[in-house]
Design a protein around this ligand. Sequence first.
Ligand code: ADP
Ligand code: ZN
Ligand code: ZN
Length: 798
Amino acid sequence: MAKVIVDVPAKQTDRPFDYLIPANLLGCISPGMRVVVPFGPRKVQGFVVAVETQSSFDHLREIIEPMDIEPVLNEELLYLSDWLTEHTLCYKISAFQVMLPPALKAKYEKKIKLKSRPFIHELDEAIRPFFYEKDILHWDEVLKSGQLSVFQKSTAAGKLEVLYEVKERVKKKQVKMITSLVKKEDLDRLEIKSGKQKQVLEYFADNPESIERKYLLKTLNISSSVLKSLIDKGWVEETVKEVYRDPYEDRIIQKTEPLKLTNEQSAAIGPILSSIEGEKHEVFLLYGVTGSGKTEVYLQSIQKVIAQGREGIVLVPEIALTPQMVNRFKSRFGDQVAVLHSGLSVGEKYDEWRKIQRKEVKVAVGARSAIFAPFENLGIIIIDEEHETSYKQEDNPRYHARDVAIERGKRHQCPVVLGSATPSLETFARAKKGVYKLLTLSRRMNDHNLPDVQIVDMREELRDGNRSMFSRILHEKIEERLVKKEQIVLFLNKRGHSSFVMCRDCGYVIQCPNCDISLTYHRFNQQMKCHYCGYEAMVPNVCPECGSDHIRYFGTGTQKVEEELGKIFPEARVIRMDVDTTSRKGAHEKLLTAFYEGKADILLGTQMIAKGLDFPNITLVGVLSADTMLHLPDFRSSEKTFQLLTQVSGRAGRHELAGEVVIQTYSPEHYSIELAGEQDFDKFYQREMMMRKVHQYPPFYYIALITVHHEELLKVVDTIEKITRFLHSRLSRNTLILGPVASPIPRINNKYRYQCLIKYKREPGLTQILKEILDHYGKEAHTNGLQVSIDTNPFILM
Ligand code: ADP
Ligand code: ZN
Ligand code: ZN
């Protein structure tokens, strides 16, 4: 009998159901496998969580068929899913699914492949005949054979492997190739009238290999009609060739050797190494300024782990998953590294995941979800830039990768290393209390100084008659660099600062019809877009409110800055990096490489250029408006501002040339900007901790956010009021309940949103109480669309 969690995400089905294992599958079903089971009138997918001999129920239905030949979730991950469910209040099935690569979530065609021809002799006789004439069997054939257990054994022994045919992979990149069919010695016998055609055949006489069509046309400067007549005459042939897209394949990666550690680095790595050696779980905060050599500490810690025969996970923020960062791991550990990030196709992600599952690699480098890499013998988990908010998932299950890392670290008895130049307040507070071990790298490599930072008050600029988006000092410094041929990074904080469309006569701002938020103007297609629901519209010619035709867009987008740069510094070559210029696969890398190779003087961009850039020729960083994030309704806004400014500043002067930073702001007196200018995290930490204490926010209090969504305002208000009353009746007196209030964005996609925020220090029964709320309203979601969501550690309070 098997206990199965079915793929029906609902309150009533969030528990295991018992199913009989049919006789022909006895011994073939184990925990962590997916199966197809009958559920009511339907067939659904499910995960086996346990196999037992007895059930307390009668009349069990049978498992229809297995979906896997070996478990896709190991014992530890099954356990981890219990933990996830409990901590994020999600359904069991959501917890399983978040741990698997997307190829295993949807229905993809599954096949069993003989790994290599000679293995056929090593297969059991019962299944050998299946592979006499082909290497690949359909899953159906495997199921029908009645020999599943034999297939399983051969798979476990590495003779067979499972393939998932993902639709995307069919759309492999293809190129057209041209091959000549005319032999060199036959050339003279042909009657070739057209000189162009002759030219092509003569080219092939000297270069008999096939050539990509595109290059042929370009090299010989001929038109496609010339080629067409050659094809028609049968003199050349056009074929299609598939090219495999491994994003890291064609780069030559040079092997690097461990560097001799500095004294500071040695002192920092010591405790990590002894934790690895002693197989002891500890959490370290590696607190080191930008450029202090944290990555080398990661690399050498992993080296130790590999030497012990264990494995490591390295998390980096998605934006920082640049080839530059990935290469540092690949060049040290070669093909022992799997890379997981969102730029990969579904098939590529599955391939990387499979390398981990098959123990072909020792290290996984990836964004948030790589924390679920199915290693069985973890020796270290590293989270770089641990303060990054992208480590928190905002959809169900709303987990934070840091918490998952610590949980896995406990199970595997291995260290967790959190690295940052600007740790989150929560982490730093824990390190100060000794809950985490604090390791410090206080100096930049080779004692390069941190760059000089100058803060410019933009209000004064305006008072002095400068209406440009560049202060006089920044203008001057840009000019200087252009003359000296040094490089400049200009940073524009996009969040909370997008451009909007407004009528100059009546002040009307164009709003999204579905959400209570203004539309963002996109210059490249003259459209306005809602970033919450995706609504798009053309910019109207006249104001919908007053009919005036003075309708303009406002705000500073990167495009506008680029235009302005073109006017002021016409000689400067600018590369712009934002969502518009980097949406195509590989674009991000191309732009950075071009900048690295000196093909531009100025790199202009948003958040995505704040991290990981380590280019020697950057000597000036300009932040165009530092305070755009300060005024968001978020208790972390000061912290985020400080972190971002410090990160951006860290891009300058990392090598021989000294760096300078100019920060332009309208609130120079704000402590997060002032202290970012002084690059003084410790002082910032003290100030911000005071604020958090006064306003009762983390790390002094825990918070949980409840949001109600529905199309009818009254229903939303009524529900949130009931919930708030319920909370008041059940929670302790020291707990604060803020609200109910309308959410900062009160309507998204035509659904109204109200929320209440719980702040507490100790509330042992809270999980239970929140579950009760979810259970109570979970039933309503199906009948009337009322949605109640709870985030037990919210990062976005909107
Ligand atoms: P962080 O990760 O703290 O920002 P990095 O690891 O990028 O710092 O180090 C900054 C630079 O110093 C890199 O170019 C790196 O190769 C170099 N570096 C790091 N450790 C050493 C060392 N022990 N000896 C020499 N160079 C080092
Ligand atoms: Zn108007
Ligand atoms: Zn919208």
